[in-house]
Design a protein around this ligand. Structure first.
Ligand SMILES: *[C@@H]1O[C@H](CO)[C@@H](O)[C@H](O)[C@H]1NC(C)=O
Ligand SMILES: *[C@@H]1O[C@H](CO)[C@@H](O)[C@H](O)[C@H]1NC(C)=O
Ligand SMILES: *[C@@H]1O[C@H](CO)[C@@H](O)[C@H](O)[C@H]1NC(C)=O
Length: 433
């Protein structure tokens, strides 16, 4: 989304900002905004704002009301965050010309500000810089990409240590993560080469896990509910890179963000589902169910598989009134059952659920994910699951445990398990084994 961004910062300054060079001329404040000339001394207790559109600083007297207000709220962030993270929520949500934050600054933040921004000229310079660089989200993104690219050179020049470089990289990724949730921003970022030049090298080759995880997360944000970005990412072979992470990693954060990105890439994208799940994708998702990692990560993986199964069913059941018969035909070709079976999905889930009984008992939210996953894949796995008394024992134990508690959530899950057991064993529920 592009909008002309004009950032005005309003401060109730409780200290005089003077140029230090020319204190002769003092600003005479009125109730109206007036431009402050270069080098003019500004008395204490005025509203000061800097309009990034003009680059000029303006000031006016505080009204009584605002004076009152000063005693009530403090916001320490406004000025100091501008330097580091100007693209916070305020910016995103503000389309009016002046973003005005009334602030009363605590002594500590005042001190900080005085340290950071000693003179108006310095202030003005930093805002001018922002003004020049960052007018719209698109420009913000371009600026971040440039800044990122500069880092390697600065590191080579030894003007930046590796630690510092990583810190800045993380900050840039954080900002990008925020920005690319917007569909247009994501497409702009990809068009500017951000995917190939920043994200993929990190996802594929980076050794610092924090950077890798953040990059994967940005990938997820880029493609989430964004069909055009999904196509572009798919063309860059993102699916197999993510599958590789799912196969090799055991880190919870990394696996979680890879599953998020994988889901974002695949959802409602039958061509990618076909290409990726028919090759390493299915194996990768099932590998997560098998490996040493947290149960909640496994729950996410099973949920993704289950969502794809449900998505296919939904599209096909709506086939008659579908206005997109091509998509329906593509979904019809997804041979999920075969891919899952050939990667021992049913056996893996069977072993997993049966062996994790005691861990699952105190985690009803996870149980819900697992039961929902089992329900969605029952048609594919019934023949395997119905033969294992251990699985049945597990399901019954959890159900019985949850059935008799004063907890509506557990009770609902118990009922869900009861339905599952009925479906699974195709008969009336036998309480005892
Ligand atoms: C002080 O202000 C007066 C009147 O505005 C001006 O003539 C004079 O040059 C100023 N002095 C300095 C040092 O700038
Ligand atoms: C990147 O480096 C170039 C060349 O030194 C410089 O002109 C530009 O301002 C830098 N960009 C950022 C965003 O730091
Ligand atoms: C990862 O590193 C290898 C070896 O240096 C290189 O050939 C490849 O292009 C890199 N991949 C990405 C996506 O940067």
């Amino acid at each position: 989304m592009k909008f002309a961004l004009s950032l005005g910062i309003l401060l109730i300054c409780e200290f005089a900002i003077t140029s230090g060079k020319d204190e002769n001329k003092t600003f005479h404040a009125t109730n109206e905004w007036q431009e402050i000339n270069d080098g003019q001394g500004v008395p204490a207790g005025l509203h000061i704002r800097i309009n990034l559109q003009t680059g000029k600083k303006e000031a006016k007297l505080l009204s009584d009301e605002e004076d009152e207000d000063k005693n009530h709220h403090r916001n320490e962030g406004a000025l100091t965050t501008v330097g580091g993270n100007v693209y916070g929520t305020n910016l995103k949500e503000t389309t009016n010309n002046n973003l005005e934050n009334s602030n009363t600054l605590s002594p500590e933040s005042l001190k900080k500000i005085k340290e950071n921004f000693k003179t108006y000229n310095e202030l003005k310079e930093s805002y001018k810089e922002l003004q020049q660089k960052f007018q719209t989200d698109a420009e913000l993104i371009t600026g971040l990409i440039d800044e990122y690219k500069n880092l390697s050179r600065e590191e080579r020049d030894h003007s930046l240590s590796l630690q510092e470089k990583i810190k800045v990289q993380l900050r840039i990724l954080e900002d990008l993560d925020y920005l690319v949730h917007q569909i247009d921003n994501a497409l702009w970022f990809i068009d500017m080469g951000g995917l190939e030049q920043i994200i993929l090298p990190l996802v594929v080759n980076e050794t610092n896990i924090n950077l890798r995880v953040k990059a994967v997360r940005v990938l997820g944000a880029l493609t989430h509910n964004n069909p055009k970005a999904q196509i572009k990412a798919f063309e860059k072979n993102v699916g197999s890179h993510l599958a590789q992470i799912l196969l090799s990693s055991t880190n919870t954060e990394e696996l979680s963000s890879a599953l998020y990105a994988f889901g974002s890439l695949l959802r409602k994208f039958p061509l990618a589902l076909q290409r990726i799940l028919s090759t390493s994708g299915t194996q990768a998702l099932i590998a997560v169910l098998e490996k040493e990692c947290e149960l909640k990560v496994k729950a996410k993986s099973l949920t993704l598989i289950s969502d794809v199964i449900v998505e296919k069913k939904l599209v096909l059941s709506n086939y008659a009134d579908s206005d997109n018969p091509l998509a329906a035909a593509q979904y019809a070709e997804l041979n999920l059952a075969e891919w899952l079976k050939s990667n021992a999905f049913c056996e893996t889930v069977d072993v997993l659920v049966s062996s994790k009984l005691y861990e699952l008992l105190d985690q009803p939210d996870l149980v819900e994910y697992f039961i929902t996953g089992l329900e969605s894949s029952i048609e594919i796995c019934q023949s395997v699951w119905s033969k294992n008394p251990q699985l049945r024992h597990t399901l019954l134990t959890i159900k019985n445990r949850y059935m008799y508690v004063q907890d509506e959530f557990r009770l609902e899950i118990a009922q869900q398990i009861e339905r599952l057991i009925k479906d699974l064993y195709n008969s009336i529920n036998h309480e005892e084994l």
